[in-house]
Each structure stands twice: as structure tokens, then as C-alpha cells.
Design a protein around this ligand. Structure first.
Ligand code: ZN
Length: 375
């Protein structure tokens, strides 16, 4: 089942902001041009109460006031009105529409649906008392909280290139929520957290896993540590459902980060998460989008996600008419194939050192959480 609503595109920080609704417009038009688009389930908006299940009243009041165009003197204290997360008219409702989609996904899972793809959301930086990093409200945590309150154990997997900090901190002391985030190390990248020693607190200890990766990590090294860590953690935790934030910004073309994944790695990752859901979570999986700031790459990665999710064959080339239209609209050439070309960037001289460091990070993480995670 796919969840989508055209009004997701109301979540718009302006024409020069990287979190652009154009990504969704390109994606849905590409899927239509490929002839694979199926009518999605159109979700309702999340209510104020839904949002308050993970956010403070103080924060929500400020988002509402800013949304109406009222001056709010302490806005920046709440992470809003910044360069990253500026305010815009109607932002409260726009954010609640995205939350509503992910929450609808959770409800569908509870109603017996196995696989749900929410073509939006993934606003993983928003915290209890603070919007952050393009994320006003945390749709993932609202959905996870709803699942937990309904008695499910949730594993959250975050492959966005940035640390899934908001989700981690909101559920930091919860034993029913396992979080796993693979990201470019916080030493180099926003939000600066996601170190291996952040393993949870109280009952949540050993259930918050972070694998910070070296800049310029390539497909092979990423997949090596991913395939060692994720099935091991899921096998130990045994969730009822897997929630996946499928950000596309670990792609080598991404302008905001420095990992070097290609679409080949993404295809493999998407196939793996579906397999892991079958093996460890009763087949239940809820996927969302997330970051991804190269229009060229992001749209192809998420088209791959849609096709793999539905078990459809992968076309080699993108439709000519679609390419011509979007190249004209964007004024830039686009990759004409679904996958990246072979060897799309020059060799990385430090490759072996990077692989070795990523292995060491995985070892440190495994040592830290094993005593808590495995009983
Ligand atoms: Zn990101």
C-alpha cells in the first residue's frame, strides 16, 4: 500500500530551500511516465493531539502562531525562523499533513497491512521541544508512539545520511523502541550527534544504535557494515514492525553530505529491508522518504524504492518525454538511466583506510550494545 497526498507539497520553505516539494512532483510524474503509478491511499491530517503525543505544547503553540504570520520573539529558541527551518504561512497544517500520512501508515499496519510506503515525511530531526534541520514535526515518532501505545515493539532504521537524532532522543529511554541510524559521522556533518556511545538511557539502554561512517564511504563498505549490523540487531530485538526512514542523501551526488552511495547500493538496501521485515518483523514494514537534495539522484533513488517495493521490473532508461520536460524546467541535464552509470566518480585514494575505520566503528558499537541487546 502506498500513501500519498498532493498537499504534501504545501510543506515548502521557499524556492531556494533544498527540502523542495519539486522532488515529489518529479517523482510522481516519473512514476506516471513509467506507467507504474497506482492510485495511493490519501491520508487525513494529523490532529493537534497527535502532534502533542511527541512534542511540547510550547513548541506547537509557536508553530501555530508563526504559521498565522504572528511575530514570535523566541522562535529561534525552538529551532524555527532559522536559515534551515524558516517559517512560512500555513506551516503547521502542512507539517500535520505529512505527519498524518506516516500516522495513517502506522494505523494500516495495526489494521493488518504488511507493507506500507509513505511517499513523504521522514522528518527525523524534529525533537520534543524543538524543530530542527528542515523538520517542523516528527512524523516518524508520532507513528512510532502510536504503534508502541498499541502494544507493538518497533525497530526504527534510518539510512538518511544525517543522524536520526529527533527519533533517537524522543524514544531514548524506551525499551520498546530500537533505533538504528547509519549516517556520515557527526564530526563532519549536521546534526553533530549519532556517536557510538549514544546507546540509550534507563530502560532504553542498548536499544539506540549509531553507526557513524567516514566521509567518502562507498557502496561496498556501507553494505558490509549494514549487512553485519542490521540483521544482527533485528534478530536480537525481534520487533513487531520495522519503520524505515529512506532518505536519499547518502548518494554521491548529494550537495549537503559526503557519502558516496550509488543507486546500486540503494537498490540492494531496499531489497534487504524488505527481506529483514520478513525475517524479523512478521513482514510488517512502514517506509517513509526523508532527505535527498540532488534532484537528479533523489528522484531516481525513490523511484527505485517504489519499484522494488512493488516487486516491479526496473527499466534501464527514463522516459524521454519526462527527461525533456524536467531538463527544460530545471535548466540542467539529468541522468537518463534509472541507475547511475558505472564508475560514476574518480577512485577514492583513502578507500581502504575508510573501510577499516568503518569496521572498527562497527566493532566498537557491537561491543557497547551486545550486553544489553542480546539476552
Ligand atoms: Zn538527511
Amino acid at each position: 500500500m502506498v500513501i500519498y497526498r498532493d498537499e504534501y507539497r504545501l510543506y515548502n520553505f521557499g524556492p531556494s530551500h533544498p527540502f523542495s516539494p519539486v522532488r515529489l512532483e518529479m517523482l510522481t510524474s516519473l512514476l506516471q511516465a513509467l506507467g507504474v503509478w497506482r492510485e495511493p491511499l490519501v491520508p487525513g491530517e494529523a490532529t493537534r493531539e497527535d502532534v502533542l503525543s511527541v512534542h511540547s505544547e510550547r513548541l506547537v503553540k509557536r508553530v501555530e502562531a508563526a504559521s498565522r504570520g504572528e511575530g514570535v520573539p523566541d522562535l529561534e529558541h525552538y529551532g524555527l525562523g532559522t536559515g534551515d527551518t524558516p517559517v512560512f504561512p500555513g506551516m503547521d497544517r502542512a507539517a500535520r499533513i505529512l505527519v498524518g500520512g506516516t500516522l495513517e501508515g502506522a494505523r494500516r499496519i495495526l489494521a493488518g497491512e504488511k507493507r506500507v510506503l509513505q511517499l513523504g515525511g521522514g522528518l527525523h530531526h524534529a525533537q520534543y521541544d524543538r524543530s530542527s534541520g528542515f523538520c517542523v514535526y516528527n512524523d516518524l515518532s508520532v507513528a512510532i508512539r502510536h504503534l508502541v501505545r498499541s502494544g507493538l515493539r518497533v525497530a526504527y532504521l534510518d539510512i538518511d545520511v544525517h543522524h536520526g537524532d529527533g527519533v533517537q532522543w524522543i524514544h531514548y529511554e524506551e525499551k520498546e523502541v530500537l533505533t538504528i541510524s547509519l549516517h556520515e559521522s557527526g564530526r563532519y556533518l549536521f546534526p553533530g550527534t549519532g556517536h557510538v556511545h549514544e546507546i540509550g538511557r534507563g530502560e532504553g539502554v542498548g536499544r539506540k544504535l549509531n553507526l557513524p561512517l567516514e566521509p567518502f564511504t562507498e557502496d561496498e563498505s556501507y553494505l558490509e557494515v549494514f549487512e553485519a549490523l542490521v540483521p544482527w540487531a533485528l534478530g536480537a530485538f525481534r520487533p513487531d514492525v520495522l519503520v524505515v526512514q529512506a532518505g536519499a542523501d547518502a548518494h554521491f551526488l548529494d550537495p549537503l553530505a559526503d557519502l558516496l552511495l550509488t543507486t546500486r547500493a540503494y537498490e540492494r538496501l531496499f531489497r534487504l529491508v524488505l527481506e529483514y521485515a520478513e525475517a524479523y518483523a512478521g513482514g510488517r514494514i512502514l517506509l517513509t522518504l526523508g532527505g535527498g537534495y540532488s534532484l537528479d539522484a533523489t528522484v531516481r533513488v525513490w523511484a527505485l524504492l517504489y519499484l522494488v517495493f512493488h516487486g516491479l521490473p526496473l527499466p534501464e532508461r527514463l522516459p524521454e518525454g519526462w527527461l525533456r520536460e524536467w531538463e527544460a524546467r530545471l535548466g540542467q541535464p539529468l541522468t537518463p538511466t534509472l541507475h547511475d552509470p558505472e564508475a560514476p566518480y574518480p577512485e577514492i585514494p583513502r578507500r581502504q583506510e575508510i573501510e577499516k575505520r568503518n569496521r572498527l566503528t562497527l566493532e566498537r558499537l557491537t561491543e557497547l550494545v551486545r550486553p544489553h541487546l542480546v539476552h
